[in-house]
Design a protein around this ligand. Structure first.
Ligand SMILES: *Cc1c(COP(=O)(O)O)cnc(C)c1O
Length: 371
């Protein structure tokens, strides 16, 4: 059946050569400093703020704890406007803070929160907007900022997909009040598990640093019910090594994206996302839409690829609003989210990762193109 002996998953973690990691481990063993703002942790914060082109960054144990803490650091309460077309951690971070998510539909071209639909969802209880730069493609940040300014709302970007993404003015992470990254193994840049909050000023970073360390400000003072959100030295060391290889990884992703587009061009009923000429994106995902005029349904194509040991993912299906803890909310109703509902029925994310070979792209594309 399979033309390739090994299964191809939607992503594969990017690992630098193991022998390059050994010197980092030796240093940790020597210093016996395993966590709590150790030397590698400090170095990674410095290196990432330079690489990403942002002023302040606070590392976390994962992106979800970073999201939860970001909301707490700005004392967000009441209702927050967010997208149903994301990974569940986005809206889970609201529930963990006792905040009510209010879902707004997405834009058909970017799959990001549609700014034109935000205003109608604002109530006296609304305190913030939590958009996602879905697939690493920038939200309409200007439009969102304008609404936030008009209604005095905070904006926290879930930038879990948006490592290294830049618009004409610089890092996409500079927008909004805070941006949250994930360094999970499946992401473009990973520390096995990890995450970060990008903050605009030193004062906010200090507050976030307290919150991620149980609320301690010194040996004897605890000022908030903080959590343990710290990144360990081993994860930080791996991040430093990974950072040395990340440009190479991003360049290969760009090639893969271009190859898929070439191979799938003209296949009836298969639609790739439009090429983004305005921003420097990271090619974190390669979503296609399986339209009604394709020869089989999205799910049949999904299973056909699986039968050939190729494992794409239906990101994002089901929608967040389909899960039981959200389904009952008035804003979760299908009629409120027609584009998100339609997209979730059609989308398939194809394998994309730096070690994916051209031959494998050919195999995947051939299976999709033969009708
Ligand atoms: C991965 C991801 C998260 C969660 O990050 P973790 O580091 O896995 O906790 C949050 N939001 C989005 C959109 C993600 O893709």
């Amino acid at each position: 059946m399979s033309t390739d002996p090994k299964p191809i998953y939607v992503t594969q973690p990017y690992l630098p050569p193991l022998d390059e990691f050994i010197p980092y481990l030796e240093k940790i063993w020597e210093s016996k400093w395993l966590t709590n703002n150790g030397p590698f942790h400090q170095q990674l914060e410095q290196a990432l703020s330079e690489y990403l082109g942002v002023e302040h960054i606070a590392l976390f144990t994962n992106g979800t704890i970073a999201l939860i803490t970001a909301l707490q650091s700005l004392r967000i309460t009441g209702e927050v406007i967010t997208t149903p077309y994301s990974f569940v951690a986005t809206s889970h971070s609201l529930l963990w803070n006792g905040i009510k998510p209010v879902f707004v539909d997405i834009d058909r071209n970017t799959f990001n929160l549609d700014p034109a639909k935000i205003e109608a969802a604002i109530t006296p209880q609304t305190t913030a907007i939590l958009p996602v730069h879905c697939y690493g493609r920038p939200c309409n940040v200007e439009a969102i900022e304008k609404i936030a300014d008009n209604y005095n709302l905070k904006v926290i970007y879930d930038a879990a997909h948006a490592f290294g993404v830049r618009d004409a003015g610089g890092s996409i992470l500079r927008h909004g009040d805070l941006s949250v990254l994930s360094f999970h193994a499946t992401k473009v840049f990973n520390t096995f598990e990890g995450g970060a909050i990008v903050c605009p000023d030193a004062k906010t970073k200090t507050r976030i640093d307290h919150l991620k360390n149980f609320g301690f400000v010194d040996e004897v003072s605890v000022v908030a019910p903080g959590i343990n959100g710290k990144m360990s030295e081993i994860n930080a060391a791996f991040g430093l090594l990974q950072l040395k290889h990340v440009d190479k990884a991003l360049a290969r992703r760009k090639e893969i994206d271009a190859t898929y587009r070439q191979r799938l061009e003209g296949v009836k009923g298969i639609q790739c996302m439009p090429v983004d000429c305005e921003n420097e994106i990271n090619f974190a995902y390669f979503p296609i839409l399986v339209e009604a005029d394709y020869s089989m349904s999205r799910d049949d194509l999904f299973h056909k690829l699986k039968d050939n040991d190729i494992h794409p993912r239906r990101y994002f299906y089901p929608l967040i609003t389909d899960f039981s803890m959200y389904r009952g909310l008035p804003s979760a109703h299908q009629d409120n989210l027609p584009i998100a509902v339609d997209t979730a029925q059609k989308v398939l994310c194809l394998p994309i990762f730096p070690d994916l070979e051209d031959e494998q792209i050919d195999t995947i594309s051939r299976l999709i193109a033969e009708q």
